[in-house]
Design a protein around this ligand. Structure first.
Ligand SMILES: *[C@@H]1O[C@H](CO)[C@@H](O)[C@H](O)[C@H]1NC(C)=O
Ligand SMILES: *[C@@H]1O[C@H](CO)[C@@H](O)[C@H](O)[C@H]1NC(C)=O
Ligand SMILES: *[C@@H]1O[C@H](CO)[C@@H](O)[C@H](O)[C@H]1NC(C)=O
Ligand SMILES: *[C@@H]1O[C@H](CO)[C@@H](O)[C@H](O)[C@H]1NC(C)=O
Length: 961
């Protein structure tokens, strides 16, 4: 169903764009072309030669044999003279961009259906060729052959999305009979761009194509673009113009428009930043207007609202900050209106109900307010209604839906709307997609849902539902494709799901109060998230038939009360990317077969009661990026096989009973480690100098072990801790999308990190037997936010350069043998919100001023007999009058700094994460690719959907061409 919707979308765009034109063109040609005319030998040879230079992996051209070339696949001959007039080799495999970028299997099968190789000049023998279509293939970056400009009879030339790269030859301007020219690289209106970019010096070469009716140069980068409009203005016959993603930037002034017959204008994704030009209304036949993904602002011109033929108005992702005029309702042909992702204000015009042709109304992600006009209920053709992410208020009643018999998609998420329908209401529609997340739906479960039998997507996350799951739910929704009930207070047994015949099912109901045991995993799911509920009992067995390909990628059962051991059958789900069973009461050993999960990137078994050795077989899980086994009862040594886990970035084995010498191989084998947490084990030995080679290490936590010796001075080389830059690597992308909790002892307490984890830099070595001085070199780690060396036997002075650590939020050097005075530079660290220097041999006056003023808890300094001055009661010898005021209310101060840290830490980190994603996508093509490769299938689509809503990423996407 999801796929069907994707196609529906593409089909709509296509039909609005070019359908008419293509139909017209093909009609007039099929009257003349018969494939059974016999073939001219010279042309047959030319075609064979042409085929020789092509790569045809999937044998499209296997019919190219025998004498009559007119009957070959893709060839058309003229009835009157037998010449080849048509060569149509466009790739017919349906292109679905939403799958192409996420679904490796689909992308590969698409790629093999593409023709590639070279274009032989033997084509020139086909002197009568009128129609040449090589679109949707992959010629892997060869230039468009210049000789095509000599095929003087061409009327139709389509080279779009065919992997051509380089300069568009000016010679194409010689094809003076051309009516149809498509070189664009954004199939069907999508604008993700591809590996290959065409460039044009300017647009003046098209000025000679005076018969041109349809022009598509999407994604072509035009070097001299200043006068693009004047070149286009030489084409008076133009009916369809598509210059999407050409980075045109400005619409030059023009005194007179020649292409007044234009029916379709597509200028999306160009960065135009102006009001809509008034002359748009001179194109009196205009039906489709695509202006999305620009920075258009200002009012919608009145004159534009007189274009009564207008059927499609796409203004999404611009900078409109105006209200909708009532005159919009005069555009009685309007079928498709998309105003999403702007700042449109005011309420929806009450007269909207007059737009009787309306099938699609997208006004989501704006600043619309007020109530929803009941006249919407009169739009009998309406199929999609998206009101989401606007501060709409009031009630939705059955009047709003009175005649919406065709409605398939309803999105009212993130609005302030609530429902006022009776529990007996039988809606006129059968919805396929329902998004009511982040609205006030509950407390009871909406009962009208039981009338909806075609739903493939139901999202009701965070909708204030506090109810048991109704009996009818399973009957109606057991075959649902995508269900999200997360973050409610739904009680009762978790629903059971039936098999369906698609492969990207998502079943998500985390953060509820489902109780009892899981009977089975939902079949055909790629993601199943039942975390943060009250589930008990064992992890269910896999459904009997092991022949069924298991496709589950994300399994999250964390934060429940599951008991028993991890069943061996988990090892059969070889598709798993993420397995999170943390925070349960699982016991027993980790299955030895776990090494079979060769795709696993995240394994989180934290906080259970698992025991035994950590199995060596984990070392075979090479793709593993996260391994979190902390807070269990593992004992024994670290398995040396683990040094094979070259991709490991986070290793958390804290709070176990691991023993033996802290192995140096961690540093050689696991060279990509960013976070290493071995806190609270029984590890012995010295900290090897090898640790200094972990150039990506941001968090090193070896606290509470039995380590000895000195802190290596080469720690100053831990370059990731030197960096103060926000991390914008794929690691950060990964973490933003798969937030993993990890605790770190910081600020005297244990704090949990998830979304801000990629931005954390800390060094924790407390509770060992370390001796020697605090190396001066540590003061080079200027990115550190936390430094904890407490409970050791460190001696000497606190380095004067401590003030270099300008990012430091938490510093704990307590319970050592440090002496001398507290460096004054400490007071220059503005970010410091936790300081503990207690129980050392420090002496002299406690520095004051700046941030230190706020850290007025005497316990930070106690146990240092030589210290004096505030906040201690002991005055220094040279003080005048003692200040008897104890720092009362220090608790509040503590709380406050904790919260201010919380917001300062998590907030910006998260924001940086998002802007980093957007920023990169807009300007760095190679990054974009890395990013897309990172996006594994559906869960990411989900994430992307969220991202699109929360930021205006969508706009950025449409620009990154
Ligand atoms: C050629 O095709 C036309 C149209 O399909 C048909 O009417 C005609 O009979 C065919 N002639 C031969 C010789 O097959
Ligand atoms: C189109 O308009 C321009 C003025 O912008 C004019 O100079 C030119 O001759 C016109 N071209 C055609 C082909 O009508
Ligand atoms: C648009 O049409 C009006 C009225 O016909 C005319 O005066 C004006 O010059 C036209 N503008 C352009 C840019 O063609
Ligand atoms: C669930 O119920 C608790 C009280 O029982 C309430 O504090 C919480 O906000 C509710 N959560 C949701 C999502 O409704």
């Amino acid at each position: 169903m999801r796929k069907a919707m994707g196609n529906l979308h593409v089909a709509t765009l296509l039909s609005f764009n070019f359908w008419l034109l293509i139909v017209q063109f093909q009609l007039c040609h099929t009257q003349k072309i018969y494939s059974n005319t016999s073939c001219i030998e010279r042309e047959r040879k030319a075609l064979l030669k042409f085929r020789e230079s092509l790569i045809d992996e999937s044998h499209h051209l296997s019919s190219w044999c025998g004498e009559n070339c007119c009957s070959w696949e893709g060839i058309g001959c003229s009835k009157s003279n037998g010449h080849v007039v048509k060569l149509d080799l466009h790739n017919q495999f349906p292109f679905d961009p939403s799958r192409y970028f996420y679904d490796v299997i689909y992308a590969n099968s698409y790629s093999t259906t593409c023709l590639g190789g070279e274009i032989s000049p033997s084509l020139l023998e086909l002197e009568h060729l009128q129609y040449l279509d090589l679109s949707m293939n992959n010629f892997s970056g060869i230039p468009i052959p210049t000789f095509l400009g000599s095929l003087r009879n061409l009327r139709y030339l389509d080279l779009s999305s065919a992997g051509f790269e380089g300069m568009v030859p000016d010679d194409l301007g010689n094809l003076s009979r051309l009516k149809y020219l498509h070189l664009g690289d954004t199939p069907q209106g999508w604008s993700f761009g591809s590996d290959f970019t065409l460039t044009a010096k300017d647009l003046w070469w098209i000025a000679k194509l005076s018969s041109l009716e349809s022009l598509d140069l999407s994604g072509v980068q035009i070097v001299n673009k200043g006068d693009w409009l004047h070149a286009v203005n030489m084409l008076p016959s133009l009916l369809s113009l598509t210059l999407a993603g050409c980075d045109l930037k400005t619409i030059p002034p023009v005194s007179h428009i020649n292409f007044t017959s234009l029916t379709s204008l597509d200028l999306k994704g160009n960065g135009f930043s102006s009001p809509i030009p008034l002359w748009f209304s001179n194109m009196t036949s205009l039906m489709n207007l695509h202006l999305e993904g620009n920075y258009f602002f200002g009012p919608i011109p009145d004159s534009l609202l007189q274009l009564t033929s207008l059927t499609l108005l796409h203004l999404s992702s611009n900078s409109f900050r105006t209200s909708l005029p009532d005159s919009l309702c005069n555009l009685s042909s309007l079928a498709y209106v998309d105003l999403s992702f702007n700042h449109f204000q005011g309420s929806l015009p009450v007269c909207l109900g007059k737009l009787s042709s309306l099938t699609i109304l997208h006004v989501h992600s704006n600043e619309f307010s007020g109530t929803i006009p009941t006249s919407l209920g009169q739009l009998t053709k309406l199929q999609r209604l998206r009101l989401a992410d606007n501060p709409f208020t009031g009630m939705l009643s059955d009047f709003h839906f009175a005649n919406l018999r065709e409605l398939k998609i309803l999105d009212i998420s993130s609005t302030l709307l609530s429902w006022n329908v009776s529990s007996m209401w039988i809606p006129p529609f059968q919805l396929q997609y329902i998004h009511m997340g982040s609205t006030k739906l509950g407390p009871p479960f909406p009962s009208w849902l039981q009338t909806q039998r075609e739903v493939n997507t139901l999202i009701m996350s965070n909708a204030s539902i506090s109810d048991t799951i109704p009996d009818w739910f399973e009957k109606v929704y057991s075959q649902i494709h995508y269900l999200d009930l997360s973050t409610n207070n739904i009680t009762g047994k978790p629903p059971v799901f039936k098999e369906i015949n698609t492969f990207d099912r998502l079943i998500i109901f985390y953060s509820n109060k489902f109780e009892g045991s899981l009977v089975s995993f939902p079949p055909n799911a790629v993601a199943f998230d039942a975390s943060r509920n009250l589930l008990t009992g064992n992890i269910p067995p896999l459904d009997g038939n092991s022949e069924i390909p298991l496709i589950l990628r994300y399994l999250h059962l964390n934060d429940n009360q599951l008991t028993g051991s991890i069943p061996d059958c988990i090892c059969n789900i070889q598709s798993l990317f993420t397995l999170d069973l943390s925070n349960n009461q699982l016991t027993g050993r980790v299955p030895l077969c776990l090494g079979k999960l060769q795709q696993l990137k995240t394994l989180n078994l934290r906080n259970n009661s698992l025991s035994g050795h950590i199995p060596n077989s984990l070392g075979y899980m090479e793709p593993l990026v996260y391994l979190l086994l902390s807070k269990n009862k593992f004992h024994g040594e670290l398995p040396w096989k683990m040094q094979n886990m070259k991709n490991l970035q986070v290793l958390d084995l804290g709070e176990n009973g691991l023993s033996g010498i802290l192995p140096a191989w961690i540093c050689n084998g696991l060279s990509n480690l960013r976070i290493l947490r071995l806190q609270s084990n029984n590890l012995e030995g010295n900290i090897s100098m090898q640790f200094c080679h972990l150039k990506d290490l941001q968090v090193l936590n070896l606290a509470h072990n039995k380590l000895e010796g000195k802190i290596p001075t080469c720690f100053g080389n831990l370059s990731a801790m030197v960096s103060t830059e926000s991390d914008i690597t794929p690691f950060a992308f990964y973490l933003t999308r798969h937030p993993q909790k990890l605790s770190n002892f910081m600020k005297g307490r244990e704090l949990e990190y998830s979304t801000n984890l990629p931005y954390l830099r800390s060094l924790e070595l407390s509770g060992n037997n370390l001796v020697g001085e605090v190396p001066e070199e540590l003061m080079d780690l200027v990115g550190l936010q936390s430094l904890t060396l407490s409970n050791n036997h460190l001696s000497g002075r606190i380095p004067d350069k401590i003030g270099n650590l300008k990012q430091l939020e938490s510093l704990d050097l307590s319970r050592n043998e440090l002496s001398g005075s507290i460096p004054l530079s400490l007071s220059t660290i503005d970010t410091l919100s936790y300081l503990n220097l207690s129980f050392n041999n420090l002496s002299g006056r406690i520095p004051t001023g700046n941030q230190l003023q706020t850290l007025n808890d005497p316990s930070s300094f106690e146990g240092n007999s030589g210290l004096c001055g505030k906040p201690l009661l002991k005055t220094c010898p040279d003080d005048k009058s003692p200040d008897g005021n104890k720092s009362s209310g220090r608790h509040e101060a503590g709380e406050e700094s904790y919260f201010s840290w919380f917001f300062a830490g998590i907030g910006p980190g998260f924001a940086v994460g998002f802007s980093a994603v957007c920023g990169i996508l807009t300007f760095k093509k190679s990054w974009r690719y890395a990013y897309f490769q990172f996006m594994e299938n559906v869960y990411n689509r989900l994430w992307l959907a969220i991202a699109l809503k929360t930021s205006k990423l969508q706009r950025k996407f449409s620009r990154c061409i």
